[in-house]
Design a protein around this ligand. Structure first.
Ligand code: FES
Ligand code: FE2
Length: 375
């Protein structure tokens, strides 16, 4: 088994998992008939929307001589390479035209493909499915189908008629996916990184005890009354009795953190992802949906302000951490505060092992576990 749960893992060799959906770009940054650059798992992508606003994702390298396709032209249907004018169907990457061919040259143009990826718009983001890599040097064919749809944010209320607001925040982190993710699930940094006079001070540290349980591909912090110093909780207390508020937090491979807070008919639901961009760079995207504060003009802004502050504090911390990681320090994970991080590495290793052997994944957690820490 690959030694993934060794705490000494460093930024540069963090493994990026293929065979999953990843958030590529915020949907409001991708305009019709324009080409945008994005990178996922070190793969250069060009992303756009066709005439019908349907998003697409192609590998940003022409199969002829490698010119980035994002430098070319897009007519709402085909992408034209800027070097020799080859044209490709934006959705499946199939070559439609090679302008240099003469009438008697019968090269099978339609057998040539630019790499293309399943692409969906979901809850304000363009998602791209990154399949397992094909055999070396095989070239591209038709896109592989994604086995499932891109992850959704859970919403509550009458299905199809839920009324809610949606907002996102995004921040680049100069660390590997593994450091990004364990930073996200780390319960002990709060009082040190996220202090603010209007929020909490490090003197509010107290002992916490939380129950965790295994779920498919991940683990759940079981439904509980949120800790009195968590962000949405303080705001939700304005709406409901403190003991009627419950929250669950899930982590699911490869990079999904779902938090759902419910207080009677009010709810707040978020899906945070940490996306591997390159081996030593990741991006955190927080997308939240909620049905509270809708009558309050400054409600969403207040919430966005609080979250923006948090994300910026995390980003700044990881920027500093990246400095220290440059010199390959010996690292450690301690119990119980770093146990979620250990589970993450174990889940990743178990997932890879199951894939390698073609067997079902063996979950690293045998059953529910209670963790204790101070924060
Ligand atoms: S490199 Fe794209 S058409 Fe030649
Ligand atoms: Fe944080």
């Amino acid at each position: 088994m690959p030694d993934l749960d060794s705490p000494q893992r460093q930024a540069p060799d963090s493994l990026m998992l293929t065979g999953f959906w990843y958030r590529a770009l915020p949907a409001d940054q991708v305009h019709r008939n324009q080409l945008h650059k994005a990178t996922l798992l070190e793969i250069p992508l060009v992303i756009g929307r066709d005439n019908q606003k349907k998003p697409f994702a192609l590998r940003d390298a022409c199969p002829h001589r490698g010119m980035p396709l994002c430098c070319g032209r897009f007519d709402g249907e085909n992408v034209e390479c800027s070097y020799h004018g080859w044209q490709f169907d934006a959705h499946n990457g199939q070559c439609e035209l090679i302008p240099s061919l003469t009438a008697d040259q019968n090269l099978k143009v339609d057998r040539i493909y630019a790499g293309s990826y399943p692409c969906e718009e979901q809850d304000g983001f363009i998602w791209v499915y990154i399949p397992d890599p094909g055999p070396q040097g095989a070239g591209f064919t038709e896109p592989e189908e994604a086995p499932d749809a891109a992850p959704l944010i859970e919403k509550f209320g009458v299905p199809g008629k839920e009324k809610y607001k949606l907002a996102y925040l995004t921040a680049d982190m100069p660390v590997s996916i593994d450091h990004g993710i364990i930073g996200l699930m780390d319960p002990a940094h709060g009082p040190f990184v996220h202090q603010a006079w209007w929020w909490r001070s490090r003197h509010s540290i107290h002992e916490k005890k939380k129950n965790f349980e295994p779920i498919p591909n991940g683990f759940r912090m079981s439904a509980h009354t949120p800790s009195s110093n968590s962000a949405p909780y303080k705001l939700l207390r304005l709406y409901a009795a403190a003991d009627s508020i419950t929250t669950t937090i899930d982590f699911v491979l490869p990079n999904l953190r779902r938090e759902i807070i419910r207080a009677g008919k009010y709810w707040f639901s978020s899906l945070t992802t940490v996306t591997p961009i390159t081996r030593n760079q990741c991006r955190i995207d927080v997308v939240a949906a909620w049905n509270i504060f809708r009558w309050m003009p400054f409600g969403p802004d207040l919430l966005k302000f609080v979250f923006a502050k948090f994300v910026e504090q995390d980003r700044h911390t990881m920027e500093l951490q990246a400095e220290g990681l440059k010199h390959n320090p010996h690292l450690m994970l301690i119990d119980d505060a770093d146990r979620p991080a250990k589970w993450y590495f174990q889940l990743k290793a178990a997932h890879l092992e199951a894939k390698r052997t073609g067997t079902e994944m063996k979950h690293p957690m045998a059953g529910p576990v209670t963790l204790k820490w101070k924060s």
